[in-house]
Design a protein around this ligand. Structure first.
Ligand SMILES: Nc1ncnc2c1ncn2[C@@H]1O[C@H](COP(=O)(O)OP(=O)(O)OP(=O)(O)O)[C@@H](O)[C@H]1O
Ligand SMILES: [Mg+2]
Length: 206
């Protein structure tokens, strides 16, 4: 089962080198999943801030809202998308049709909110989604995947699919414990050994 996930993830990783017409590598896409274990520690805030900061530097950024049941990157970025990933999973819209433009030219794939049906993707939908991401016409410098909280199958799937895993925590003992538990799971069950760590909401002074 884990091997299947890892094999699917390889598809996304392989999109890193996109050959140009003269055969050289044109744009290197880095795919980073942002996750945390504990909820509410700032994943979406960090995603939005990284995306805007790098877009301002001229980077082409794609944000994927992988919080498939309670999406909110669109709210944080002030967007009101007509379609979301549920339309893609239903087969009604392509990713290009769902994609919306946010501040500073960031492209966003918004997820649905309040619909349980696609909160647990089956293997076929996961494969279709990864293939569609892989086939996006536009080239990006950075793809940021904003995951849901917890250690569900969706969280492990999207984190394993990324090149880099950025774990967000706060100094709260419960957040640190959950971040550690998540990394332990990803390490022991999914062969992920390298993690980036961001400690958010640190208070200086008293
Ligand atoms: N560094 C920060 N300074 C001030 N407020 C912050 C900071 N980081 C996050 N917040 C606030 O904390 C709240 C939770 O943040 P956010 O929604 O980004 O967390 P999350 O980890 O994505 O939550 P969820 O697990 O529900 O997806 C939001 O109101 C956000 O604006
Ligand atoms: Mg969030």
């Amino acid at each position: 089962m884990n091997q299947v996930v890892i094999d699917q993830a390889a598809t996304l990783r392989q999109q890193q080198n996109i050959p140009s017409e003269n055969g050289s590598s044109e744009r290197m896409t880095r795919v980073v999943a942002i996750t945390s274990g504990k909820g509410g520690v700032g994943k979406t805030a960090v995603v939005a801030n990284i995306a805007i900061a790098l877009a301002k530097q001229g980077k082409k950024i794609l944000v994927i809202d992988a919080d498939l049941g309670l999406a909110n990157i669109d709210v944080v970025l002030g967007l009101s998308p007509e379609y979301n990933l549920n339309h893609f999973f239903k087969g009604e819209r392509s990713l290009e049709e769902i994609m919306v433009e946010g501040p500073c030219g960031i492209k966003v794939l918004p997820a649905g909110s309040g619909v349980q049906q696609y909160t647990r993707l089956d293997g076929q939908l996961k494969m279709r989604f990864i293939e569609a991401i892989d086939n996006l016409h536009e080239n990006f410098d950075l793809v940021l995947i904003d995951t849901e909280a917890g250690i569900s199958d969706n969280v492990t799937y999207f984190t394993v699919a990324a090149q880099d895993i950025l774990v967000i925590t706060t100094p709260e003992p419960t957040a640190i414990t959950d971040a550690y538990a998540l990394m332990k799971l990803l390490s022991s069950q999914y062969h992920q050994k390298n993690f980036l760590l961001c400690v958010n909401s640190v208070k200086y002074g008293s």
